[in-house]
Design a protein around this ligand. Structure first.
Ligand SMILES: [Zn+2]
Length: 259
């Protein structure tokens, strides 16, 4: 693959799935992509994300506690986040949010409290928030309609309805689209993607998950981002290069620490 001009706005290169070939993969990705944002999901993965960002110029980190990782969250987790937040390569708080899919996750009220606390911290440090929303669309929308304002955010791998998207677009939030937008049965996702103003659109892989067609079912990696972006260019009827340029602008508008 040649240089794409793309940014992967969401990849977990810290994942165990990359233990065997991480360095080799990253040196290849350095040829293809302009940059990668690697969100953490708990203390260890946030620390690893920062480590990767320190080691590689084109990798940036986000730090946060994912809604699936709230059991045993340290009492001083906000202090830990605050310490990371001032790091020049920590560009966002995330990934954070609500996940009502897994029954073993913490109760909704606990998830909401920790989510809101992390949003507050992001605002305090003028950082954007990377949001995970799985089967929690109603509560998520309500939070952004009634409780939260004045923060930049991206809804990663957005899976909400067109109606929800319209409400979020009104408030200027960003939307990340990944491999799922290439799936045959994901007409709804493509419909939403077509509605989103170009200046609020981001691409992502969510590596190692959600691998785009034709590699669905295999391990995802940021090298497959081009498949998602080319598919989107076709869906939206926009030249690929134009979309790459626009989404790169968007990454820098959202993650303002990236120059
Ligand atoms: Zn993720």
């Amino acid at each position: 693959m040649s240089r794409t001009g793309l940014w992967d706005s969401h990849a977990h290169l810290d994942s165990d799935y990359f233990t065997d070939d991480r360095e080799e993969l990253i040196s290849k990705l350095q040829q293809d992509l302009d940059g990668i944002v690697n969100p953490g999901c708990d203390e260890a993965t946030s620390a690893f994300a920062v480590e990767l960002a320190e080691k590689y110029d084109f990798i940036y980190a986000a730090v946060g506690w994912h809604p699936e990782e709230l059991k045993g969250i340290p009492a001083d987790y906000l202090d830990k986040l605050a310490a990371w937040a001032v790091h020049p390569k920590v560009v966002a708080i995330g990934e954070v949010g609500l996940d009502y899919y897994w029954k073993e996750n913490e109760p909704k009220e606990v998830q909401k409290r920790i989510f809101l606390e992390q949003i507050d911290l992001a605002k305090q440090f003028d950082l954007p928030v990377i949001i995970h929303d799985r089967d929690a669309h109603g509560d998520m929308l309500e939070i952004f309609q009634k409780e939260v304002s004045g923060v930049r955010a991206v809804f990663h791998c957005f899976s909400g309805s067109l109606e929800m998207a319209k409400e979020l677009v009104k408030r200027g939030y960003y939307f990340g689209f990944g491999g799922t937008s290439t799936y045959k049965n994901a007409q709804k996702v493509r419909e939403v993607m077509s509605y989103i103003p170009r200046e609020l659109l981001l691409f992502e892989t969510d590596s190692p998950y959600l691998t785009p067609v034709p590699y669905r079912g295999k391990r995802n990696n940021p090298g497959y981002l081009e498949l998602t972006a080319r598919n989107a260019a076709e869906v939206l009827g926009v030249p690929f290069e134009e979309l790459a340029e626009q989404t790169t602008k968007n990454v820098k508008a959202l993650f303002t620490k990236i120059k």
